[in-house]
Each structure stands twice: as C-alpha cells, then as structure tokens.
Design a protein around this ligand. Structure first.
Ligand code: AGP
Length: 615
C-alpha cells in the first residue's frame, strides 16, 4: 500500500527519505516520488517515476537537488492509473508546495469543483491532488497562516488520510495530519522524521510519537506542535519502539516467503513461550477482567484474508475447548451489516500488520457500540494495539513477503493457546490439560517443519514442474480443513496467479462437481476424525468417478483416500484441531513452488500490497 516518509532537520535528507521508502517497499506500490526544498535554489524540486523505487533512485542520480526538508511516497494506485503524472508528490498551481497522501479523500470531486471555480488547474486523476490546491488556496491565495489553513482543511476533508505538506514559503516547517490512516513522528536531535510506519526511520531514532486519530501537527527540526481537529493543543507521550523491527535480510533464501516458511517452527515456539511468560499477568493484556472472562459467552473474530482464515480455524478451538460460541466475520463486510449488541461478548481483531483499514474500521464500529475489543497482531506499535481495549502479540518477527506464512501459523498457535487459557479460567480444563495444549503446539510446530523437509525436494523438482500446466485448482476440506482449504486457495492465487477456489467438500455435488474433469486438479485436505474422513472419502470417490486429478494431504492410515490420489502427502498424527497447522508448511511450500516455476515476483505479487491501509 502507499507509504509516506518525511524529513526536516539539520542534514540533507534525500538519501534518508529514499532509505525510508526502501524499508517500506515490501508493502507493495506501483510508482514512487520525492520532493524537497532545494538547499541551494530554495525552490521546490519534485521527481516521480513509475515502477520500482530503483527507477526513481536512478533518475535522481543525475540530479544534485537535496534539502533539509523533504518528502517521499510510494503509491499503490486507487484513484487514477499508475502513471508518472498520478504519482505523488502532488504540487499546487505555482509548483511551490508539495503533498504526499495515504488514504482516500472521499469528497475530492466536490472539493475539486470548488477549487476549479477558484481557477485552480488540476493535472492528475487522483483524489490526493485536492490537498495541494486547498493548501495553496488558503496559504497563498487567501494568505491564511498555515496552521489555520491546516485546520480549515481537516474540517472539510472526508475519508481517511495521512498527509504531509512542504512549501518553499515555509522552509522551516513540515505540516502533517491524519484521520483513519496511521502517521507518526520520529524524534531525533535537531531533526524529525515522519512516516506512515516507524519502520521508515527506526535506523535513526527509536523515539516515536504516534499521531492520535484526527490530529494535525506542525513539525520543525527541534520539535512539533500537535492539535486536535478543533485546534486545541494536544499533549501526547512519545514511545520507545523496538528497533529489531527492521526488515531482516533474506540470507541464503531466494525469497522472503521461503525464509518465512522455514522460520515457522521457531516463530511458533517463540509465540507459545511468550504466552507462557505472560500467563500470570494475562489480565493486563486481555482488556477484560477475570470475572468478565469467566462470564464470557460468545466471541466474534474480525479480520481479512489470511487473518480471517486463522479466525475461522480458531472458531473450532474456542467452541470445542472453551465451550464458547464463536463466529468469524470478514472485517470488510462486517461494518455493512446490522450490529447486534451482545452481553458477555468479546470481539477479537486478528491482523498481522495491525494496520488493515477494514479491520480497524470494524473495531471502531464495535467500540462505538461499547463492546470489548482485543487485538491479536504481530506489530506492537500498530494502530490496532493502540485502539483496542487489550492486545496479544504473536512473535513471528517481521513478515516481509506479501503472502502471509508465519503470521498465519503463529496466529493459529496463539489462538489455540488462548482458547485453552479461556477454558482454564472458565474451569473447563485443568492446569495439566492447559500445559498439555502447549506441548501439543510445540510438537505440531516440529511436525510442520519436518513435513516440509520430507517433501521439499519432490515438490520443487517433480510436482511444481508437473502442475505448472494447470490453470485452475479446486481445494476442498471439511470441518476445520475447509477454512484451511480457503487459505490454500488464497495462497496459490496471490503468488502464482492461478485461479483457485475452495469449497466445503460436501458442497461439491451441489454445483462445482460440474467443473471436474481430468484437466482440473482437486486438492483434498483430510481430517483425522473417522466420521469426517469417511465423508471426505466419498467426495474423493465422486471426483475420481469424473476423472478428476486428485492431490491429497492425509494421515498415513487413511489408505483408501491415499490410494485414490494421483499424488499424496502424508502428515503425521496430531490432535485434530491442530491438523491444519501441521499441514501449513507443506501447503505453503507447494504454492510457493508452483509460483516459482512460473517465474513470478513471489514476494511482491502484482496488484497486491502487504499492508492494506485503504478500505
Ligand atoms: C495474505 O497472504 C494476504 N496477503 C492478505 O490476505 C492479508 O492476510 C490481509 O490483507 C490481512 O492483513 P493483516 O493480517 O495485516 O490484517
């Protein structure tokens, strides 16, 4: 998604801003831009390029422009195509000020009309350009002091935004504002950094001020002044952020995705050990009291994509282990539905990044209704952590590849642990059973890794070249292997661009079976439960009878199912609730290998972004 970086201070800043953009590059973008107030000419200089950040860096190599006040942006196109013209920064009619923006200005059409009436000439198809002309209108045409102009702007803007403005008329000031989209200031000595994520500047400072929702600020080299949207001065504590959150290197791995697949055993171990370490103080994290937890009757998970799949799988943990009625809602749909306030209910938002706009909006809606919210995320400094009543942190470490791998498996481990923790506090299980669940997680993590090791050569050398020719896949499962099939289909789609659809196995004969012939591989994720297994076996026979090509992930003793398969992967036995976790590594590796033989940009698939900060 789009990233914003800014700098004001004692040093020339072009490289700092470009480095900041490089750190946020993994989030995905299709154009990049830079602007500064040139220290020699004192005028605004802007450079933009479509495609990779390296194109922008290359174009700047031949220019000497640099300054003590600058901005950078990577854009993921929403309003207007990915062209150089539409790339940020955007300038006003006089080309003396520049704006970078994340989010969407929803009322840009009406604002543009008003501004055009005032003779402003627009050059792009973007919603963001109105910001440049509004600031121009107020500070240049109407000669309003800049802070007054900022307040007037935020009063009118609808939608979500984090934006920064530099102007050659105010060479000692950087103007920033946020509503709905994250923005923070890195506090240095005689220099200040701005970023949509602290990762942009954590090599320079770990002191960070997260702008509160609906606030704007004037930033200068020695400090800042922060205001709410009514113009009242705000006083907010800065925080020290964990600088280990700097993107790690790929090491010997060809892709971050592969590295992250291999890191899963360690990440699960770390997550479970971390949870063990906070167990005695768990009520400091959950945002609800022990009594509220004991009275808890139902839970709703909210999330998108892979995180929603983790929630769907965790439904089974909470219902089976803690006896709590649980549902999982896609955050992007949730806010359009009728809200039913419930007693003794907890909303758990699941998000790797903690910045997914749909998930944040869903949580804000829940909070408007006064219901309890808990975040499960991988990023301690995220907006989700700040906005929810409680938070739990997975310990996956930075996940750089767009396709989520270790974030998913650590979410599953965390939720399995939490379900047992709730069950223990509700006195549904003993302390011993709680401890056994932790051992089950350690064992499953080991199996996850061993299965990859066992099959990785076969998948890479034999499977992937063979399946390269197929353009569509169906994934099926039953009970908890169905949401797992959904995750597999998502994984394959996003990195290999092969169409993949997941169905609950029982639904096949209600329609999708019509698609089945020898040209369509059907991937079956088995289940340890004998009754569920028998049903899956019948589904496999139905596919076989239509000459479908079957790939099976099953237990060793599930001989009949294995014998129907053209290709089979055997998964060692684990508790049935954890069977999807045991299959996670090999499923991801299978999808990775298929994308690799097709030569795709695995870590940054086309059209996608790591952190989806627009709704
Ligand atoms: C996962 O492979 C995807 N890239 C995507 O579905 C992701 O899980 C989703 O955008 C939610 O992200 P979050 O966990 O950071 O909220």
């Amino acid at each position: 998604m789009c990233s914003v970086v800014g700098y004001i201070g004692k040093n020339k800043s072009r490289d700092t801003v470009l480095d900041g953009l490089t750190r946020l590059e993994y989030r995905g973008y299709d154009s990049a831009g830079f602007a500064c107030i040139d220290s020699e000419t004192k005028h605004l200089v802007v450079a933009k390029k479509i495609g990779q950040l390296s194109n922008l860096k290359q174009s700047l190599k031949n220019q000497s422009s640099d300054g003590f006040l600058s901005l950078g942006h990577t854009r993921w196109a929403t309003h207007g195509a990915a062209t150089e013209q539409n790339a940020h920064p955007h300038v006003d009619c006089t080309s003396s000020l520049a704006v970078v923006h994340n989010g969407i200005i929803e009322n840009h059409t009406s604002l543009k009309k008003i501004l055009e009436h005032e003779d402003h000439a627009f050059k792009t198809e973007t919603d963001s350009e109105v910001l440049a002309h509004l600031f121009e209108q107020y500070t240049i045409d109407e000669k309003m002091p800049p802070l007054q102009a900022m307040q007037k702007m935020v009063e009118q803007l609808e939608g979500a935004y984090a934006f920064c403005i530099i102007s050659e008329h105010y060479p000692d000031s950087l103007f920033i504002a946020r509503k709905g989209s994250p923005l923070c200031i890195g506090l240095g000595e005689g220099e200040m950094f701005v970023g949509s994520d602290p990762l942009a500047f954590t090599d320079k400072t770990n002191r960070v001020l997260f702008l509160p929702e609906k606030s704007y600020a004037l930033v200068h080299k020695d400090g800042y002044a922060l205001y709410d949207f009514s113009g009242n001065v705000l006083s907010v504590q800065s925080q020290i952020v964990d600088t280990s959150w700097i993107a790690g290197e790929k090491g010997d791995h060809e892709h971050y995705m592969l590295k992250e697949i291999y890191e899963q055993k360690h990440a699960i171990d770390k997550t479970v050990r971390f949870f063990q370490s906070i167990h005695t103080t768990i009520f400091d994290y959950l945002g609800i009291t022990q009594e509220e937890l004991q009275n808890l009757e139902s839970i709703t998970f909210l999330g998108c994509g892979t995180s929603a799949h983790a929630g769907k799988l965790a439904q089974f943990f909470f219902e089976q282990k803690a006896g709590i009625q649980t549902r999982c809602e896609l955050a992007s749909e949730f806010r359009h539905k009728t809200f039913f306030k419930q007693k003794n209910h907890l909303y758990i938002a699941i998000s790797q990044s903690g910045e997914t706009a749909d998930t944040l909006e869903a949580i804000r809606l829940v909070q408007e209704h006064g219901q309890a919210t808990l975040a499960l995320t991988n990023v301690a400094s995220s907006t989700l952590v700040r906005e929810c009543d409680g938070f739990l942190l997975t310990q996956a470490g930075p996940e750089i590849a767009v396709a989520s791998t270790k974030a998913f498996s650590t979410q599953l481990a965390a939720l399995y642990w939490l379900a047992h923790c709730v069950a223990y506090h509700k006195k549904s299980i003993s302390h011993k059973q709680f401890q056994e669940s932790e051992t089950e997680l350690f064992t499953t993590a080991e199996i996850l890794e061993n299965v990859i090791e066992q099959y990785k050569h076969e998948i890479m050398m034999d499977c992937a070249p063979f399946y390269k020719k197929y353009k569509e896949f169906i994934f099926i499962g039953r009970h908890n292997s169905f949401p797992f099939a959904e995750e597999a289909a998502l994984k394959l789609k996003e990195i290999s661009y092969v169409f993949a659809q997941a169905y609950p196995a029982g639904e096949l004969k209600h329609g999708p079976l019509a698609l089945v012939d020898e040209f369509l591989p059907v991937v079956i994720f088995s289940h340890p439960d004998p009754v569920i297994y028998q049903k899956l076996l019948s589904n496999a026979q139905e596919i076989k009878a239509r000459k479908g090509h079957i790939i099976v992930f099953a237990l060793e003793h599930q001989k009949e199912l294995l014998s129907l398969a053209h290709r089979a992967f055997i998964i060692p036995a684990v508790p049935s609730l954890l069977f999807p976790l045991a299959m996670t590594g090999i499923m991801q590796f299978f999808c990775y290998a298929l994308a690799k033989v097709s030569g795709h940009a695995i870590d940054k698939p086309r059209n996608l972004a790591k952190s989806v900060t627009v709704e």
